[in-house]
Write a protein that binds this ligand. Structure first.
Ligand code: ADP
Ligand code: MG
Length: 697
């Protein structure tokens, strides 16, 4: 029998190991540094590094790396060995100095910087983030790090996340103080990121250049059986997948990731893994780790893990539900309706702050999940629409409405609620979230943001969430601090906030057409694509928001905006080029070979049986030949458009990609899919959706 509690965290230099291995003063000093985000004393760093290295070497490590999260969306590493020549002697020792632990200079000048490093100093620096534990993986000690420019500008996703956590904490503590919290009491955002993915057989995968290059199929006729029978969702897990999942769990547990739930998802070959929640910073690191361990573990099983948001048209895509809440230093979930009138009032204040924040900054939330790949998912009748709304469940909505209008709350017991004086009627958790179609749902004691795509780093959406909630709380705190009649003012504040922002609350079917119309009537934004959503990043009011809370400087905002735009257009162009290549060298030749076979057959049949005998073959030939002709036409059109796109840059290129390149690809795809349906399977050179979606048995 395996001892799972013993396996858990065994590859992590966690609190337990630090306590055990570090001198007491060093341990305490390190803890303080980790909590305050201050700089580690060099003398302390030396001791920590030495002890960390000792442990890592026992774990079989020979190298160390600062592990960081550049703007590529994945993690980066550069391994250095501990090997150091003995001074004035022969041979080597394994050495790791405090300086190496604390700082790195990977240069890494080819990582995206959106122009930041041209204007500032060229070098990029990494610095250890002691609030996330180091760990050993594949013979290397991984040190979670931030990545910044010489002048301190963020080049990564972790730095702004840490800043946003701090900004939010500051505002939360002002609010908690209003409710009598001890001075300095604050809270950190907690995050649980549910991860969806596809698993397919590696051999089949390698035969699809589009999957290999783009992570998604660029064409493929729908299979006879997709997800219509709902037989995959929560179905029995196949042995090969089970073996993969077991391995994945072990490895994640070793790395201290709280992998908890696993099940089959809606589409064939689609699965999900949910961890237990933890602090937003560590949860983000852990989600990155989870994705990379998923990929590596799949390889070991002859499988490929697809993290793309929409690998297959016609079946569900993959998302990453970002569960978010606030946990106080004293261990209280601030979104848990409490037991006492005071707790209830505090809960409602935090709840309405989120409602206000989401309504005020819909554009930023939408922007935070925008990518070329997620565009195929959002608003596609399987994922939330591109419109942001909040679902609270009927009871909570009714309660807020009653508060707003000063009316009787029509709950189970008729009561008129007075904040601070009355206990809220209990809101059963299972009534808060029956609605899976909402992009932003209150689920009892946390919010579930369902728009992030499966491949996205959760850093981005959480930076936005933390910052916009900080802003709302700031406004509330400023209004309530120094209030003469706290409860009256609180009542008014909540009433006004609900009145002003209730348009964002929607408990109905987010997938329906009628909601789109209703949302437009309410004046909610509907930023359908990445090209539509990105420009809001640089809008003046949003720039001011980020600067005010110290999350992004103006230069950082523009650099990120450029990176996101470029990544969008480049992704679309690469897809178009991949499709063009596949058509030219494989799809058209397959069609032509089949035409040739049909011609031969018609000739022979006619010679033997007479002119009328080959009617069926002639029909097929006519269809194939007209489709091939259409394909040549759309191919030419797409080639022209990609070439034109490549001559553009920035927002105009993104808009062109959205309006010209992507539709041209879709048009071409329709023709290819028709061809696939008619061309003899012996001639078709690519695995079909059937082959791909049912490749794992
Ligand atoms: P649901 O049934 O609403 O999906 P679960 O309890 O299954 O809720 O949790 C789903 C995800 O939400 C898990 O990853 C879980 O860890 C996370 N979660 C639960 N509570 C919190 C919280 N307070 N903060 C952040 N994430 C949370
Ligand atoms: Mg969930």
């Amino acid at each position: 029998m395996e001892n799972i509690p013993e396996i858990f965290g065994s590859a992590v230099f966690n609190d337990e190991k630090m306590r055990e291995r570090l001198p007491k003063e060093v341990y305490e000093s390190l803890k303080k540094t980790a909590l305050s985000g201050a700089r580690l004393e060099p003398s302390i760093a030396d001791i920590v590094a030495e002890k960390m290295k000792e442990w890592a070497c026992e774990m079989g490590a020979t190298h160390f790396t600062h592990w960081f999260q550049p703007m590529t969306g994945i993690t980066a590493e550069k391994h250095d060995s501990f090997v150091t020549p003995v001074k004035g002697g022969e041979g080597i020792i394994m050495e790791f100095r405090g300086k190496e632990l604390s700082y790195g200079e990977p240069d890494a000048s080819s990582l995206p910087n959106g122009g930041l490093r041209n204007t500032f100093e060229a070098r990029g620096y990494t610095a250890w983030d002691p609030s996330s534990y180091a760990f050993v993986k594949d013979g290397t000690l991984f040190i979670p790090s931030v990545f910044i420019s010489y002048s301190g500008e963020a080049l990564d996703k972790k730095t702004p996340l840490l800043r946003s956590i701090q900004a939010l904490g500051k505002q939360v503590s002002r609010i908690l103080a209003l409710f009598g919290g001890a001075s300095g009491t604050t809270a950190t955002p907690t995050v649980g990121a549910e991860q969806e993915y596809f698993l397919i057989d590696k051999e089949v995968y390698l035969k699809r250049p589009d999957l290999v290059t783009c992570g998604r199929t660029l064409f493929g006729a729908p299979p006879a059986k997709g997800q219509e029978l709902h037989d995959h969702y929560f179905g029995a897990i196949k042995p090969r997948v089970k073996a993969f999942m077991a391995d994945l769990d072990r490895e994640l547990w070793r790395l201290g990731v709280l992998a908890k739930t696993k099940h089959n998802e809606a589409a064939p070959s689609q699965h999900e893994l949910a961890p237990l929640f933890t602090g937003a910073n560590v949860a983000t690191d852990h989600n990155q780790l989870t994705m990379s361990v998923m990929r590596a573990t799949a390889e070991k099983h002859g499988l490929v893990c697809l993290l793309h948001e929409k690998p297959f048209k016609g079946v569900n895509g993959s998302g990453k539900h970002n569960n978010w809440s606030l946990l106080s230093d004293t261990g209280v979930n601030l979104f848990e309706p409490g037991e006492t009138p005071a707790e209830n009032a505090q809960f409602l204040l935090f709840l309405t702050a989120v409602i206000k924040a989401v309504d005020d900054r819909q554009d930023l939330l939408r922007m935070s999940v925008a990518s070329a790949s997620n565009d195929h998912r959002l608003g596609a009748n399987e994922a939330p629409p591109a419109i942001i709304s909040v679902s609270l469940g009927e009871e909570l909505t009714e309660l807020l409405t009653a508060l707003e209008t000063n009316a009787t709350y029509e709950g189970k017991k008729r009561t008129k609620i007075k904040l601070g004086a009355d206990v809220l009627p209990r809101i059963p958790k299972d009534t808060t979230d029956r609605n899976r179609t909402s992009p932003f749902a209150f689920t009892g004691n946390k919010f579930e943001f369902r728009m992030p795509g499966s491949s996205l780093s959760v850093a981005g959406p959480n930076v936005i969430l933390n910052t916009i909630v900080a802003e709302a709380l700031d406004e509330f705190a400023t209004r309530l601090e120094g209030s003469a009649d706290f409860h009256a003012d609180l009542n008014n504040l909540i009433r006004e906030t609900v009145a002003k922002h209730k348009r964002i609350i929607f408990n109905g079917d987010g997938y329906s057409k009628s909601w789109e119309i209703e949302a437009e009537r309410r004046g909610l934004l509907n930023l359908r694509t990445t090209a539509d959503a990105l420009p809001c990043f640089v809008k003046e009011e949003n720039r001011r928001l980020f600067e005010k809370y110290g999350v992004f400087t103006e230069a950082e905002i523009y650099s990120r905006y450029n990176i996101l735009l470029e990544s969008y257009s480049t992704t679309v162009d690469i897809e178009a080029l991949t499709a063009i290549d596949m058509v030219k060298r494989n799809v058209l030749p397959a069609a032509e070979a089949y035409e040739k076979e049909l011609c031969d057959l018609i000739g022979e049949k006619t010679a033997i049986l007479g002119a009328d005998s080959a009617r069926t073959e002639k029909d097929i030939l006519a269809k194939v030949s007209s489709l091939a002709e259409a394909l040549v036409g759309s191919l030419g059109d797409l080639e022209k458009k990609v070439a034109y796109s490549k001559g553009l840059a920035g927002q105009p290129q993104a808009v062109y990609c959205k309006e010209e390149v992507l539709p041209a690809m879709e048009e071409m795809r329709a023709v290819i899919d028709d061809l696939e349906r008619i061309v003899d399977a012996l001639y078709w050179r690519f695995p079909t959706y059937n082959d791909l979606l049912y490749s794992v048995n």
